[in-house]
Each structure stands twice: as structure tokens, then as C-alpha cells.
Design a protein around this ligand. Sequence first.
Ligand code: S3P
Length: 165
Amino acid sequence: MAVGPIVLIGFMGVGKTSVGRAIASALGQSFLDLDEAIQLAHGPINHLFSAHGELHFRALECAALANALTSNLGVIATGGGIVTYPESLQLLKGCSQVVWLRAPLALVEERIQADAKTNRPLADTNLGTRFHHRQPLYSDCATTCIDIHRQSIEEIAQKIINGYR
Ligand code: S3P
């Protein structure tokens, strides 16, 4: 088994949290979702964006990632925009297991619309632009990429687990 946590990255709606929980539970390891950690410490994400702006959120996200990476966790799920903040990207590049859950734009659009999750202030009309801007950033720090199309949470989790046995 490789050293360090399995860190899940990828665009909004690809299932990082669900897959992360499934991997951690199957491996009997601890799991942290960075969005959840930020919300617990600082309040709702929507409010953080509206009251203080995206850059403030990115700095909190970076601090949460840095903290998570020193906490001996098994699996970490990140928010979809974490790669846009250079310091966070650098931290991710220093991790030995960064799994990019990749999906086509049409699929994430469909999922974001269907998903009742309310903490996505950036699920707006610029979704396509954001999506294309981020693809090379995910690619830049990922050590593995999994195309999630037509696979269940369990199938994706199992693939990741098999890859790290
Ligand atoms: C964001 C994605 C969200 C959350 C925040 C910003 C983004 O997380 O961190 O709303 O910029 O893509 P999910 O990827 O879990 O939806």
C-alpha cells in the first residue's frame, strides 16, 4: 500500500464524497470531506462566498487541505475548485495518491441539476468555462485518473482500492 492518504479530486458532481466514503469504509480507514470540514469550522459555503468572496474560500480550503494532510487520514475528498488555487495545487502535487474522478461536461451538468446539494455557489452559467479551465489542472496533479461514466459508486471505489493494494 502506498504512503499517505488517497486524495480524490475532480469537478463538481463527480461523486468525490460518496466514493471517498465508500473507499474509507471498505478499507476501515478515516475519511474527511474538505467542504464539510470548512463548513463545520466556518459556516455554510454559500455564505462564505457571498460574504467574503471566492478567494477567501480558497484560502480556507487550502488551510483545510494542509491540515488534513498532516492528520494521518485514509481518504480525503476535495472540492472541485481546489486546483485553481496555486498553493493548494502545490500541496496536491506533493501527495502520492491523487485520484482524478473524470466525467464529461454533459454528465456533470446533469448531475448538478439533479443534486439537491446547496453549497455550490459556482454551479452557475459559466460551468462549461470552469470545466474546461480545470481539466489541465486536475491532470497536472493527478497520479491516477478514473473515467466515472456508467460506473456505480461501488465500482469506482473498488477500482481505486484495487489500484492501491
Ligand atoms: C466548488 C465545488 C464545491 C465546493 C464549492 C466550490 C467548485 O465542492 O467546494 O462550492 O469551485 O467547483 P464539490 O466539488 O464537492 O461540489
